[in-house]
Design a protein. Structure first.
Length: 144
């Protein structure tokens, strides 16, 4: 049995899932160059069973859809588009699975630097996903 730290993209959506090797230990979530990532210690044995894990992102002031007792806080990620937007990342650890939307299994740039075309494509997808969470957010401007 061999273990390594792997990096997974976190979509900017209210809910998402990731298929991770059974017993994967999430050790970090963070924002890097405007994109959100999750790091986990995983069993790299090809026969390791994958399990679907459920995650929820919340903004400051947003009402919880899931009982907070069923959520495990993982960390905060932030981005700056005219103002700072922070998302608090939780894993839904309850046995009730309220959604089934899958996050991408792999993302460009995992394990190697992205080229400009890949970065631009990811930026466009990132901005589109922000609008899905909070329509009109990018049009709000600032009060400064």
């Amino acid at each position: 049995m061999s273990h390594k730290i792997y990096k997974y993209p976190i979509p900017v959506k209210e809910t998402f899932t990731l298929d991770l090797p059974r017993d994967a230990e999430i050790i970090r979530v963070d924002d890097v160059d405007g994109h959100f990532w999750l790091w986990a210690i995983v069993d790299t044995d090809p026969s390791a069973q994958l399990v679907t894990r459920y995650f929820e992102n919340y903004k400051t002031g947003q009402e919880f859809k899931t009982n907070p007792r069923n959520l495990k806080y993982l960390g905060m990620v932030k981005m700056f588009i005219m103002q700072e937007l922070a998302l608090y990342v939780f894993e839904n650890i309850s046995t009730v699975r309220p959604f089934t939307e899958k996050a991408p299994v792999l993302a460009p740039g995992v394990g190697r630097p992205m080229n400009k075309e890949e970065r631009d494509a990811m930026d466009r997808a990132f901005i589109k996903s922000i609008e899905e969470i909070d329509p009109g957010y990018l049009d709000q401007g600032t009060n400064e």
